[in-house]
Ligand binder design. Structure first.
Ligand code: ADP
Ligand code: MG
Length: 582
């Protein structure tokens, strides 16, 4: 009764699939983690939708994930009775790029490949791909054909999707499909020859689930192989009632954040992180905390080891999910942490919030505000501690997220002091090492009044700037600030422990009042008189370009330089405003 139609994958998806099929991922086991993770998300969504929508006619009494190996046919099926997908969703989510950043990833990978053709023979792209999660597509590491059958909760018709991962997939409408999703992997021969790679082996499945998916909050059951059943009860489902009773639950299902930190291994934290973040690399930092008393909550937060590709895109997503008493409420919860900590991933489980909290009103909720304040403090103090305890890790963190964290210097005046302690800056003091403001202050000359800085595009440019000449000559340290956000925070912060921040490209920088330059004022008066005519002529001749031409003490070798007014918008800031469309 139904028609099988063939479609082509989007170009980027096809490229990604090619990479996966000819995989250089070192650990193929993780395909199962990805499929279980998707099934778990689908169960979360169904429970949430049934809570929100009383009319939705679904049975939520036995939500679970079933793993069904079939040695005879060499298939492994991962089945859930979660939310399922409509036909459009299958096309949109499975047939095209679902993940933000995939296009960039594929482009980068190609660049790395081309660049390395001559050089390192694959190391760079191996590292890249090893870090990039491909989710559902990871099935094609172990399968040469994947069949997905799904029916969305509340809909009558199901959809069957099938592909060999080579560029096309087929779609077919199906009438009699249980609600939820089943993914059947037709395992590659190369994998089944070797016992170790045989994913129909029960002990293999058991090991993988215990290792990668133990905390999944839904039962992951291993369905014993059916013996002597007719061929026709295959991958299209409908076997629910016919299963033997003795399915074994493989995971402990304990919400990791609710367990005591003492009994959780680093490995367990990392597996959990990968489930919630869809990242394939380990996190840089794990923060597990709870608050007891009048307002109880648990939080399990992670600092990733890499910035996502869309960190600076308009409306970049936040990384926290909100739970209420173990029930998933929402992801991308922007009310729990400020924008400048949007890279932090994790879950927050509040005991006393209503299950019906709405995203729109969260910001006004007193309990949310309280959690927000405490979580910020928690994250910032751990970043600060990282700096002293583990300089190497701190450097990675700062390199990946420093540009975002500095936004906090502008927006979060309550935590400004802590933030300043976390920040590092390039400086003329040491080209190899960044400094913090305290370090700068400790090196200030006896009569130095300001913390000097210069903003611009790159370190090299700043170092060669004429503004720098007098400061280099006098051995005065200058901070070299090259991020667009630097322009803004230096203005709004203004000072550090009573010492003002002073741009060396703006206004009068008074370097004359130095002990090694005693003739200072007299000398300047004399020179100003001597050159008064020239200055007057220059000022009027250049009147369209500049406000004033004056004698300067800031140059040693360059004859002239252009200086901004103290209140002027600097060139970098001008550029930033323009980029933001202002
Ligand atoms: P990600 O999980 O990072 O979004 P995936 O490639 O793993 O990426 O999955 C893509 C999308 O396909 C998911 O976001 C989800 O919307 C949908 N999906 C995958 N598996 C299932 C499933 N078992 N049930 C419902 N939806 C699913
Ligand atoms: Mg996924």
């Amino acid at each position: 009764t139904s028609q099988v139609e063939t479609y082509e994958f989007q170009a980027e998806s096809r490229q990604l699939l090619q990479l996966v099929v000819h995989s250089i991922y070192s650990n193929k086991d993780i395909f199962l983690r990805e499929l279980i993770s998707n099934a778990s998300d689908a169960l979360d969504k169904l429970r949430l939708e049934s809570l929100r929508d009383g009319d939705l006619d679904v049975d939520t009494s036995d939500l679970h994930i079933a793993l069904e190996p079939d040695r005879e046919r060499r298939t492994l099926t991962v089945r859930d009775n979660g939310i399922g997908m409509s036909r459009d969703e299958v096309v949109g989510l499975i047939g095209t790029i679902a993940k933000s950043g995939t296009a960039e990833f594929v482009r980068k990978l190609k660049e790395a490949k081309e660049a390395q053709e001559a050089k390192d023979g694959g190391a760079a792209s191996a590292a890249l791909i090893g870090n990039f999660g491909v989710g559902f597509y990871s099935s094609f590491m172990v399968a040469d054909k994947v069949t997905l059958v799904t029916r969305r909760a509340g809909e009558d018709t199901g959809t069957r999707w099938e592909s060999d991962g080579e560029g096309t997939y087929t779609l077919e409408a199906l009438g009699d499909v249980p609600q939820g999703t089943s993914v059947t992997l037709h395992l590659k021969d190369e994998d089944t020859e070797d016992q170790l790679w045989d994913y129909t082996q029960e002990h293999r499945i058991r090991d993988i689930v215990r290792h990668h998916s133990d905390f999944i909050p839904w039962p992951v059951r291993l369905t014993p192989e059916r013996t002597g059943e007719p061929e026709s009860t295959g991958e299209t489902g409908g076997t629910e009632g016919a299963q033997p009773a003795a399915a074994e639950t493989l995971n402990s299902m304990k919400a990791l954040w609710a367990r005591s930190p003492q009994e959780i291994t680093e490995d367990e934290y990392h597996e959990f992180y990968k489930h919630i973040s869809h990242d394939w690399s380990d996190p840089l930092e794990t923060l597990h905390t709870r608050a007891e008393g009048t307002f109880e909550y648990q939080a399990l937060l992670f600092v990733p080891s890499r910035a996502p590709l869309d960190l600076f895109r308009q409306g970049a997503r936040h990384g926290l999910s909100l739970y209420v008493k173990r029930v998933f409420i929402m992801d991308d919860c922007e009310s729990l942490l400020p924008d400048y900590l949007r890279f932090v991933k994790g879950v927050v489980d509040a005991q006393d919030l209503s299950l019906n909290v709405a995203r729109e009103t969260l910001q006004q909720d007193r309990q949310i505000q309280l959690m927000h304040r405490r979580l910020v403090k928690k994250v910032l103090s751990s970043l600060k501690a990282m700096r002293t305890k583990d300089a190497e890790r701190y450097r990675t963190m700062w390199q990946e997220f420093g540009r975002v964290i500095k936004e906090g210097l502008i927006s979060d005046s309550d935590n400004r002091r802590t933030l300043l302690d976390i920040c590092s800056f390039d400086s003329t003091h040491d080209p190899e090492q960044q400094t913090d403001l305290a370090g700068y202050v400790s090196r200030m000359k006896e009569d130095q009044k300001h913390i000097y800085y210069l903003t611009g595009e790159s370190r090299a440019r700043l170092e060669n700037s004429p503004h720098m000449e007098a400061f280099s000559a006098k051995g005065l340290e200058v901070l070299l600030l090259t991020d667009p956000v630097d322009e803004v925070w230096v203005e709004s912060v203004g000072e550090f422990e009573g010492t003002t921040l002073q741009s060396i490209a703006k206004g009068q920088v008074d370097l004359d009042a130095k002990p090694d330059d005693e003739s200072g004022d007299e000398d300047r008066d004399r020179r100003e008189k001597e050159y008064a005519d020239l200055l007057g002529w220059l000022t009027s001749t250049l009147s369209d370009e500049v406000k004033e031409v004056r004698m300067s003490t800031r140059l040693t070798t360059s004859p002239a330089c252009i200086v901004g007014d103290t209140s002027d918008v600097t060139p970098t800031l001008e550029k930033m405003y323009r980029a933001m469309g202002q």
